[in-house]
Design a protein around this ligand. Structure first.
Ligand code: ADQ
Length: 466
């Protein structure tokens, strides 16, 4: 049986000691690596003044982990630069925040080259390689240059932008050409896959040569959409934990006579937090009768603090949350709690369970797992209502949520009002359909579908040729 090599920018396998803060993705990849007796390769998270290429090998709960330190300039130009100041904003439709700096592009190419050179000696002839996310698009090209002929797959966790937007990126064509060094490229939704195909056909003279198969740049590539899910079975276990129950009871006690609206996100401009805060403010302005009856809790731990756009959004959110509380609080009561702190996943499960509304309104999101976790955490006999952005990849699967345009505070306020007033039978009907989907299309189903397709690409190519 082939080994599986997973490559991602950061490596964070679970330690097996109940570290509930590790996300479902890491859990699912670690489980796959155990099944395939594989290896996980990526950046250690540490920087050194000069790149040495020295590998640190570790065995963590049955998974072999290989990490490498990056140079300080790599951190600035590759990670903070091209990945987080160029590709992330552009792929999330924030052309206004996108920085085009040649040094960033050079840093991106350099790190992908360094990753390839460090990883190359670890790859054996029968291995399958699965590379994750926008940080590492050119990695297959660099590995091919070093003679790697193995099957290599790529999964993009974030959106693929519309054709016209993507072409605003200087060097858009070589980036797409680099994707043709993979055997299989996976997207979160059919919409992102179509946007990619449209680019290939109109900008690179590409053509379809079979179902989910594109030819361009003299090469053939399989593409597909694989909506990522949450780790449903692990989350089910966490729901039963004492910590989850304690947090649920704490939040329930803190909101007697009031209905809790909850939002949980990384503090990122793509998550629509400003518009969400304004939506909550609009609810309070338009519905004086609701003012003493609701409490909104927004959990948003800071991320990517080295990037100016993140410092700016944080300052705006601080001001906005202060304004809302200043305007609507009373001496014995405040409508809004805004917390810049990380919580364990079992604690989050308890908070979701105690809330009446889950408010998930990214302006753009590849998938969004918080909305799925919110659904999984509900009490089947008295579930809360999910209000979800129509621009999250998850909206394609979660049609029974109240879908909103996240750019419109008015629409958010209306959906909140509808959610707070929804009767129990409708809440149960909607929740059952959502829960069924979250259970069925979970992270294991996602992983198995991708790995099976990657394993089958060679056969598909043979069939096309015959
Ligand atoms: P993210 O942008 O990080 O991920 P998301 O999918 O919502 O977005 O969250 C990932 C995980 O982080 C979830 O398991 C969630 O519980 C956890 N998390 C989020 N906020 C948290 C908080 N405040 N405290 C503790 N944990 C928190 C990227 C893409 C998404 C895609 C995922 C997976 O941007 O679109 O769904 O990858 O592919």
């Amino acid at each position: 049986m082939s080994r599986l090599i997973v490559v991602s920018n950061r490596v964070n396998p679970p330690t097996g000691k109940g570290d509930e803060s590790v996300g479902g993705l890491a859990m699912a990849l670690a489980a796959a690596l155990r099944e395939y007796s594989g290896l996980w390769f990526g950046w250690s998270g540490k920087t050194t003044p000069e790149f040495t290429g020295q590998l640190a090998m570790q065995r963590i709960d049955g998974v072999t982990v290989a990490t490498v330190d990056l140079e300080e300039a790599d951190y600035d130009e590759y990670y903070n630069g091209y990945a987080n100041k160029t590709l992330w904003p552009l792929f999330h439709y924030r052309a206004d925040l996108t920085a085009y700096d040649r040094a960033y592009g050079e840093g991106y190419e350099r790190v992908n080259c360094r990753f390839a050179e460090t990883l190359r000696p670890l790859i054996e002839p029968d291995d399958m390689v699965w590379i994750h996310d926008y940080h590492l698009i050119p990695l297959a090209r660099e590995l091919r240059k070093l003679g790697v002929e193995n099957r290599i797959g790529f999964f993009l966790h974030i959106p693929w932008p519309a054709h016209q937007l993507f072409t605003t990126l200087p060097g858009h064509r070589p980036l797409v050409e680099a994707l043709f060094d993979y055997d299989l490229v996976g997207f979160q939704t059919a919409e992102f896959q179509q946007a990619f195909e449209e680019y290939v056909i109109s900008e690179a003279d590409g053509e379809h040569v079979g179902p989910h198969c594109l030819k361009a740049f003299g090469r053939t590539l399989h593409v597909g959409s694989y909506p990522i899910g949450m780790d449903a079975s692990d989350f089910g276990k966490m729901m039963k934990s004492a910590r989850a129950a304690r947090m649920r009871d704490l939040m329930t006690a803190a909101t007697v006579f009031r209905q809790l609206i909850v939002g949980v996100d990384r503090l990122d401009y793509s998550k629509g937090l400003e518009e969400r805060f304004l939506g909550f403010e609009r609810l309070l302005i338009d519905n004086p009768d609701l003012r003493r009856e609701v409490l909104m809790l927004q959990i948003a731990p800071p991320s990517r603090e080295g990037v100016e756009a993140y410092q700016e959004i944080r300052a705006r959110l601080d001001a906005l949350s202060g304004r809302i509380n200043g305007e609507f609080s009373d001496i014995d009561w405040a409508p809004f709690r805004y917390v810049n702190k990380n919580y364990r996943r079992d604690e989050l499960a308890g908070i979701y369970c105690a809330s009446k509304v889950g408010l998930v309104t990214p302006l753009r999101d590849g998938m969004n797992l918080v909305c799925k976790e919110y659904v999984a955490a509900q009490n089947p006999e008295d579930p809360g209502v999910l209000v979800l952005s129509r621009f999250a990849g998850a909206a394609r699967q979660m049609k029974e949520a109240l879908l909103v345009n996240p750019n419109s505070p008015e629409e958010i306020a209306e959906a909140l009002k509808q959610a707070l007033a929804m009767d129990k039978s409708e809440r149960i009907r909607r929740w059952r359909a959502l829960f069924e989907n979250v259970q069925r299309e979970d992270v294991t189903a996602w992983r198995d579908a991708f790995v099976a397709d990657l394993a089958g690409t060679a056969e598909k190519l043979k069939a096309l040729a015959s």
